[in-house]
Design a protein around this ligand. Structure first.
Ligand code: SF4
Ligand code: SF4
Ligand code: SF4
Length: 340
């Protein structure tokens, strides 16, 4: 019997910069080409409907053919399918006129279809829903204090307890942009799971793949030895720990320093850049201004009351950093603090 094809519908029309799509082109372990061609052992047949690599458009291709897959999924004609959302979800209930963001148009009316409408139409039929990048996961930069759109993450829009037709929670792979290999690996897990060859994906309390986001940046940073020795840089371009020049690594969960950015190479503090906490639910508001000392500094060899107090402070910071600002939610009132 032929194995069912799993369609991957990539909706990159949220409030986004397309950075997560661009990032995914750099995945190597595995690559998006290997996923799209089902070249990995055990992967089911895959059809990728993604603006950056849509090999199913065919010779008659064009925007209408591309969007037609989304219409078919909304009518319940595609099964199984994974919906990938890129970008944050605006609150269409708080605007005075027009719309915040849309994708394609309604064949009957010619009017744009908002991203919120697509989510309402597609998610009841989806086998899995994945948020690619911090905007889709938690709101990200578009959901900062003072924004006029009331932007939020996909879980804020659908509800944190939402489940797909297969009983799978929303899967969030945060990062600004998303770490290429982490996203590709998560997608591969879901494809195997949908094919019945992998267990239920394990997620943490913020809906992140637990095996990827279980450790802090600090735990994997190759400058951690300097931190232990109390060798803390006071400027850039030095081969020392960056905590005094703004690195949030001790309070941030992210696999990048451990896995490298592209093909195992690079990774923020490991190559001299401070961690600005771009994977965190509270990003960016809770970590600004960037490049200021974040108050996580302690000489690790220090023992006694002072060290205990500072480490308690670190755990409080980590706890708070795991929360989104309270204005990222649905409703008909704009609570971001925006003033015209
Ligand atoms: Fe762009 Fe970052 Fe938002 Fe992704 S998470 S859409 S890279 S701003
Ligand atoms: Fe930790 Fe940042 Fe220092 Fe690396 S640079 S050891 S992540 S504080
Ligand atoms: Fe973002 Fe920090 Fe991870 Fe770099 S190390 S990707 S800045 S969370």
């Amino acid at each position: 019997m032929t194995e069912p094809t799993v369609h991957v519908l990539w909706l990159n029309a949220g409030l986004s910069c397309d950075g997560d799509s661009v990032a995914l082109t750099a995945a190597t372990q595995p690559s998006i080409e290997e996923i799209a061609t089902s070249a990995l052992p055990g992967l089911p047949p895959v059809e990728l409907h993604w603006p950056l690599l849509d090999y199913e458009c065919g010779p008659q291709g064009g925007a209408d053919d591309f969007v037609a897959w989304f219409h078919r999924a909304a009518r319940g004609e595609l099964d199984p399918f994974v919906l990938v959302v890129e970008g944050s979800v605006p609150n269409e209930d708080v605007k005075q006129e027009g719309y915040w963001t849309g994708f394609g148009s309604d064949p009957a009316t010619g009017q744009p279809i908002t991203v919120c409408t697509w989510l309402d139409r597609l998610t009841p039929h989806a086998t899995a829903v994945v948020g690619a990048g911090t905007c889709a996961a938690y709101g990200g930069v578009h959901a900062m204090a003072g924004n006029p759109t009331g932007a939020m993450g996909v879980p804020d829009y659908l509800g944190w307890d939402w489940r797909s037709t297969a009983g799978i929670p929303i899967v969030c792979v945060p990062g600004c942009p998303v770490h290429p290999d982490s996203f590709a690996e998560t997608l591969v897990h879901l494809l195997h799971q949908i094919a019945g060859r992998a267990p239920m994906i394990e997620l943490d309390d913020n809906l992140r793949p637990a095996w990827l986001f279980g450790r802090s940046v600090h735990e994997s940073c190759n400058l951690a030895g300097y931190y232990e020795l109390g060798r803390l840089a006071t400027g850039y371009g030095r081969d020392e720990c960056l905590v005094k020049v703004g690195c949030w690594g001790p309070a941030v969960k992210c696999p990048v320093p451990r896995r490298g950015w592209i093909n195992g190479v690079g990774g923020c503090p490991s190559v001299g850049g401070v961690c600005v906490a771009c994977t965190m639910p509270g990003f960016p508001d809770q970590f600004m201004p960037f490049m200021d000392e974040p108050g996580l500094t302690v000489a690790p060899a220090t023992e006694g009351l002072y060290a205990t107090l500072v480490r308690t402070l670190q755990s409080v910071v980590l706890h708070e950093a795991e929360k989104e600002p309270e204005w990222r939610r649905r409703g008909d009132a704009l609570t971001t603090g925006y003033t015209a």
